[in-house]
Design a protein around this ligand. Structure first.
Ligand SMILES: CC(C)(COP(=O)(O)OP(=O)(O)OC[C@H]1O[C@@H](n2cnc3c(N)ncnc32)[C@H](O)[C@@H]1OP(=O)(O)O)[C@@H](O)C(=O)NCCC(=O)NCCS
Length: 180
Protein backbone atom coordinates (compact mmCIF):
# COMPACT_ATOMS: atom_id res chain seq x y z
CA UNK A 1 0.00 0.00 0.00
CA UNK A 2 1.41 3.34 -1.05
CA UNK A 3 0.13 6.62 0.42
CA UNK A 4 1.19 9.50 -1.80
CA UNK A 5 0.18 12.90 -3.12
CA UNK A 6 -2.63 13.08 -5.68
CA UNK A 7 -1.58 13.74 -9.28
CA UNK A 8 -3.93 14.62 -12.14
CA UNK A 9 -3.64 11.12 -13.62
CA UNK A 10 -5.41 9.80 -10.47
CA UNK A 11 -8.70 11.52 -11.33
CA UNK A 12 -10.21 8.38 -12.94
CA UNK A 13 -9.29 6.37 -9.83
CA UNK A 14 -10.93 8.96 -7.58
CA UNK A 15 -14.09 8.86 -9.75
CA UNK A 16 -14.15 5.08 -9.36
CA UNK A 17 -13.84 5.25 -5.54
CA UNK A 18 -16.73 7.74 -5.43
CA UNK A 19 -18.84 5.69 -7.84
CA UNK A 20 -18.44 2.65 -5.62
CA UNK A 21 -19.22 4.42 -2.33
CA UNK A 22 -22.17 6.50 -3.49
CA UNK A 23 -24.56 3.53 -3.66
CA UNK A 24 -23.68 2.23 -0.16
CA UNK A 25 -24.94 2.96 3.39
CA UNK A 26 -26.76 6.31 3.66
CA UNK A 27 -25.32 7.87 0.50
CA UNK A 28 -28.22 7.26 -1.94
CA UNK A 29 -30.49 9.05 0.55
CA UNK A 30 -28.07 11.97 0.95
CA UNK A 31 -26.99 12.27 -2.71
CA UNK A 32 -29.85 10.70 -4.73
CA UNK A 33 -28.36 11.99 -7.99
CA UNK A 34 -24.84 10.78 -7.19
CA UNK A 35 -21.87 13.01 -7.98
CA UNK A 36 -21.32 13.98 -11.59
CA UNK A 37 -17.80 14.77 -12.81
CA UNK A 38 -18.15 18.51 -12.12
CA UNK A 39 -19.30 17.86 -8.55
CA UNK A 40 -16.31 15.56 -7.96
CA UNK A 41 -13.95 18.23 -9.30
CA UNK A 42 -15.45 20.77 -6.88
CA UNK A 43 -15.27 18.38 -3.93
CA UNK A 44 -11.59 17.60 -4.47
CA UNK A 45 -10.46 21.06 -5.55
CA UNK A 46 -7.76 22.39 -3.22
CA UNK A 47 -6.69 25.44 -5.21
CA UNK A 48 -6.90 28.58 -3.11
CA UNK A 49 -7.06 26.65 0.19
CA UNK A 50 -4.17 27.38 2.55
CA UNK A 51 -1.79 24.50 3.41
CA UNK A 52 -3.90 22.01 1.42
CA UNK A 53 -3.01 18.34 1.25
CA UNK A 54 -4.59 15.74 -1.02
CA UNK A 55 -3.39 12.15 -0.56
CA UNK A 56 -4.37 8.92 -2.27
CA UNK A 57 -3.81 5.27 -1.41
CA UNK A 58 -2.53 3.26 -4.33
CA UNK A 59 -2.51 -0.53 -4.27
CA UNK A 60 -1.39 -2.59 -7.26
CA UNK A 61 -2.03 0.35 -9.57
CA UNK A 62 -5.52 0.99 -8.18
CA UNK A 63 -6.67 3.98 -6.12
CA UNK A 64 -8.42 2.56 -3.03
CA UNK A 65 -8.99 5.72 -1.01
CA UNK A 66 -8.19 9.39 -0.59
CA UNK A 67 -8.23 12.30 1.83
CA UNK A 68 -8.43 16.06 1.26
CA UNK A 69 -7.64 18.59 4.00
CA UNK A 70 -6.63 22.25 4.42
CA UNK A 71 -6.84 25.28 6.68
CA UNK A 72 -10.32 25.72 8.25
CA UNK A 73 -10.46 29.48 7.83
CA UNK A 74 -10.18 29.45 4.02
CA UNK A 75 -13.04 26.94 4.01
CA UNK A 76 -15.16 29.16 6.26
CA UNK A 77 -14.49 32.15 4.00
CA UNK A 78 -15.42 30.23 0.85
CA UNK A 79 -18.25 27.98 2.03
CA UNK A 80 -19.21 28.29 5.68
CA UNK A 81 -19.44 31.99 6.44
CA UNK A 82 -22.78 31.38 8.23
CA UNK A 83 -20.86 29.31 10.83
CA UNK A 84 -18.06 31.81 11.52
CA UNK A 85 -19.54 32.93 14.86
CA UNK A 86 -20.03 29.31 15.95
CA UNK A 87 -16.39 28.47 15.12
CA UNK A 88 -15.22 31.57 17.05
CA UNK A 89 -17.32 30.63 20.08
CA UNK A 90 -15.90 27.09 19.93
CA UNK A 91 -12.40 28.69 19.99
CA UNK A 92 -11.51 27.00 16.70
CA UNK A 93 -10.66 30.31 15.09
CA UNK A 94 -10.19 33.76 16.58
CA UNK A 95 -11.49 37.01 15.14
CA UNK A 96 -8.15 38.83 15.44
CA UNK A 97 -6.81 40.17 12.17
CA UNK A 98 -3.15 39.48 12.88
CA UNK A 99 -2.80 35.99 14.30
CA UNK A 100 0.25 34.83 16.17
CA UNK A 101 -0.05 31.21 15.09
CA UNK A 102 -2.01 28.86 12.84
CA UNK A 103 -5.20 27.58 14.41
CA UNK A 104 -7.42 24.87 13.00
CA UNK A 105 -6.97 22.46 10.10
CA UNK A 106 -10.01 21.02 8.32
CA UNK A 107 -10.34 17.40 7.16
CA UNK A 108 -12.70 17.79 4.21
CA UNK A 109 -13.08 14.46 2.41
CA UNK A 110 -12.12 10.93 3.31
CA UNK A 111 -13.36 7.98 1.30
CA UNK A 112 -12.14 4.38 1.11
CA UNK A 113 -13.36 1.92 -1.56
CA UNK A 114 -16.04 -0.28 0.13
CA UNK A 115 -14.18 -3.51 -0.64
CA UNK A 116 -11.28 -2.28 1.56
CA UNK A 117 -13.29 -0.92 4.49
CA UNK A 118 -12.28 -1.68 8.06
CA UNK A 119 -8.67 -2.38 7.13
CA UNK A 120 -7.30 0.76 8.88
CA UNK A 121 -6.73 2.65 5.64
CA UNK A 122 -8.94 5.52 6.83
CA UNK A 123 -7.03 5.69 10.13
CA UNK A 124 -3.70 5.81 8.26
CA UNK A 125 -4.86 8.68 6.03
CA UNK A 126 -5.98 10.73 9.03
CA UNK A 127 -2.60 10.09 10.72
CA UNK A 128 -0.90 11.53 7.64
CA UNK A 129 -2.92 14.74 7.65
CA UNK A 130 -2.39 15.12 11.42
CA UNK A 131 1.39 14.99 10.80
CA UNK A 132 1.08 17.51 7.97
CA UNK A 133 -1.10 19.87 10.06
CA UNK A 134 1.21 19.69 13.10
CA UNK A 135 4.19 20.37 10.83
CA UNK A 136 2.46 23.52 9.57
CA UNK A 137 1.79 24.67 13.16
CA UNK A 138 -1.93 23.90 13.52
CA UNK A 139 -3.21 23.01 16.99
CA UNK A 140 -6.67 21.59 16.21
CA UNK A 141 -8.38 19.48 13.58
CA UNK A 142 -12.05 19.74 12.57
CA UNK A 143 -14.27 17.62 10.37
CA UNK A 144 -17.95 16.98 9.68
CA UNK A 145 -20.25 14.32 8.35
CA UNK A 146 -23.88 14.19 7.20
CA UNK A 147 -26.02 13.74 10.32
CA UNK A 148 -27.27 10.29 9.35
CA UNK A 149 -23.81 8.87 8.57
CA UNK A 150 -23.34 6.74 11.68
CA UNK A 151 -20.32 4.90 10.19
CA UNK A 152 -18.58 8.24 9.66
CA UNK A 153 -19.35 9.39 13.22
CA UNK A 154 -18.17 6.06 14.72
CA UNK A 155 -14.99 6.24 12.66
CA UNK A 156 -14.27 9.81 13.82
CA UNK A 157 -14.87 8.93 17.47
CA UNK A 158 -12.50 5.95 17.13
CA UNK A 159 -9.81 8.49 16.15
CA UNK A 160 -10.54 10.56 19.25
CA UNK A 161 -12.55 13.27 17.52
CA UNK A 162 -15.17 14.79 19.88
CA UNK A 163 -18.52 15.96 18.59
CA UNK A 164 -18.93 19.74 19.04
CA UNK A 165 -22.13 20.90 17.32
CA UNK A 166 -24.53 20.19 14.49
CA UNK A 167 -26.32 22.33 11.95
CA UNK A 168 -29.13 21.97 9.45
CA UNK A 169 -27.86 23.90 6.47
CA UNK A 170 -26.90 21.33 5.28
CA UNK A 171 -27.55 18.72 7.97
CA UNK A 172 -24.08 18.00 9.39
CA UNK A 173 -22.39 16.94 12.65
CA UNK A 174 -19.07 18.65 13.43
CA UNK A 175 -16.15 17.09 15.31
CA UNK A 176 -12.81 18.34 16.60
CA UNK A 177 -9.58 16.94 18.00
CA UNK A 178 -6.59 18.60 19.62
CA UNK A 179 -3.29 18.20 17.82
CA UNK A 180 -1.10 19.09 20.81
C1 LIG B 1 -15.45 6.16 7.21
C2 LIG B 1 -14.38 5.42 6.41
C3 LIG B 1 -13.44 6.45 5.76
C4 LIG B 1 -13.57 4.56 7.38
O1 LIG B 1 -12.45 4.00 6.70
P1 LIG B 1 -11.88 2.54 7.08
O2 LIG B 1 -10.55 2.40 6.46
O3 LIG B 1 -12.91 1.53 6.76
O4 LIG B 1 -11.78 2.69 8.67
P2 LIG B 1 -10.71 2.01 9.67
O5 LIG B 1 -10.50 0.59 9.30
O6 LIG B 1 -9.50 2.87 9.78
O7 LIG B 1 -11.57 2.05 11.03
C5 LIG B 1 -11.17 2.66 12.25
C6 LIG B 1 -12.30 2.51 13.25
O8 LIG B 1 -13.48 3.17 12.76
C7 LIG B 1 -14.68 2.45 13.14
N1 LIG B 1 -15.34 1.95 11.93
C8 LIG B 1 -14.88 2.00 10.65
N2 LIG B 1 -15.80 1.49 9.81
C9 LIG B 1 -16.85 1.08 10.55
C10 LIG B 1 -18.09 0.44 10.27
N3 LIG B 1 -18.44 0.13 9.01
N4 LIG B 1 -18.95 0.18 11.28
C11 LIG B 1 -18.62 0.51 12.55
N5 LIG B 1 -17.44 1.10 12.90
C12 LIG B 1 -16.56 1.37 11.91
C13 LIG B 1 -14.19 1.29 14.01
O9 LIG B 1 -14.19 1.75 15.36
C14 LIG B 1 -12.75 1.09 13.52
O10 LIG B 1 -11.91 0.56 14.50
P3 LIG B 1 -11.75 -1.04 14.62
O11 LIG B 1 -11.26 -1.49 13.29
O12 LIG B 1 -10.74 -1.20 15.71
O13 LIG B 1 -13.10 -1.58 14.96
C15 LIG B 1 -15.02 4.49 5.34
O14 LIG B 1 -16.05 3.72 5.95
C16 LIG B 1 -15.65 5.25 4.19
O15 LIG B 1 -15.01 5.55 3.19
N6 LIG B 1 -16.96 5.59 4.31
C17 LIG B 1 -17.67 6.37 3.31
C18 LIG B 1 -17.29 7.83 3.35
C19 LIG B 1 -17.41 8.42 4.74
O16 LIG B 1 -18.30 8.09 5.50
N7 LIG B 1 -16.45 9.33 5.06
C20 LIG B 1 -16.35 9.94 6.38
C21 LIG B 1 -17.42 10.88 6.76
S1 LIG B 1 -18.01 11.99 5.50
Amino acid sequence: MNIRKYVEADFGGIEQVIKEIISTYVWPEIYPDGWAEERIKTEINVEGYTDAIFLVIEEKGRITGFIVAHDLETFIDKELSHLKTEFISQKLISDEKEKEHKETFYQRQIIITPEFHEGKRGTKLVEEIKKHARGKGYTQLVTRTPTRNEVGATFFKSLNYKEIFSENNPSRRYFKMNLI
